[in-house]
Design a protein around this ligand. Structure first.
Ligand SMILES: [Zn+2]
Length: 268
């Protein structure tokens, strides 16, 4: 059975300026390696169309999907990363690739950025886990989503992040009641739509984690409430037509591969 690899990068993963310690360098090198090996980068929607039987198997042959988690400004803005110098944004890396290889080299070039909806939560996470320099903003969401190279989708209301006050923080398994799901998924979608003008179609589970309630009841049984086509976890593997659409597998840069060669062998 054929499958589509869905790859995950985190723009805040920078602890040096080589591939293994910098997701920006990894993304740049991986784009070149994937293109050189004959892979076609496709939007997440194309893979889901195949899952839905709207595209045939040939049309997704050697396809790969790019996703970015957490929606730090580093996704789209070049920046001076404390201790590691100026870094090219993920968006800039995609644009550089297109400029160098030509627009026809990867005609469907695209990535999906999963953002945290709550501005207050983002500010707390920024102070607790980044540098307190307001680097998880939402002032770029609408422009970037409309431009079409990167789609803005949902990573939940507040990531249930450990920096936030309250019991049961630090994982997403605890989101297991209807009320919590409405808060993390539907309230989040409304807040994202208020900024981008578009209701999100996809949800990436924070930490890649999901309760059986959210995966087996909330998402499958309340489509009219949340409006999602599919959700994504981080269990490693290729997406196939028998994958659970409410917990699609993804490979994570740094965890599942540490060089472009490893990535290419992972995808075979
Ligand atoms: Zn996350």
């Amino acid at each position: 059975m054929r499958g589509v690899p869905i790859l995950t990068y985190h723009s805040q993963n920078i602890s040096g300026n080589d591939y293994a310690r910098n997701d920006h360098i990894a993304l740049r090198d991986d784009l070149a390696a994937l293109h050189g090996a004959g892979y076609r980068i496709e939007p997440l929607s194309a893979a889901i169309d195949w899952l839905d039987g709207l595209r045939d198997e040939d049309s997704i042959r050697k396809s790969v999907v790019l996703t970015f988690d957490d929606g730090c400004d580093f996704d789209v803005r070049d920046f001076e990363f404390p201790g590691h110098g100026v870094q090219r944004s993920f968006l800039g890396i995609l644009e550089d690739f297109r400029k160098q290889a030509g627009a026809s080299a990867q005609p469907a070039l695209h990535a999906t950025s999963f953002v945290i909806a709550s501005r207050e939560a983002r500010q707390i996470i920024d102070r607790g886990s980044l540098f307190g320099k307001d680097m998880i903003r939402d002032d770029w969401w609408a422009e970037v989503d409309h431009a079409g190279l990167i789609a803005i989708e949902s990573h939940g209301w507040d990531h249930n992040h450990p920096d936030l006050a309250g019991a049961g923080r630090g994982n997403f398994h605890t989101v297991d009641t209807h009320a919590q799901c409405l808060h993390q998924v539907v309230q989040a979608a409304g807040a994202i739509e208020a900024i981008t003008g578009r209701w999100p179609q996809y949800f990436a589970y924070p930490f890649g984690e999901s309760s059986s309630y959210i995966r087996e009841e909330f998402f499958p049984e309340h489509i009219e409430v949340h409006g999602c086509r599919a959700t994504l976890g981080t269990e490693p593997g290729l997406m196939t037509q028998s994958s659970d659409r409410w917990n699609l597998p993804r490979f994570v840069c740094g965890r599942d591969w540490k060089s472009s060669d490893e990535l290419l062998s992972l995808m075979k």
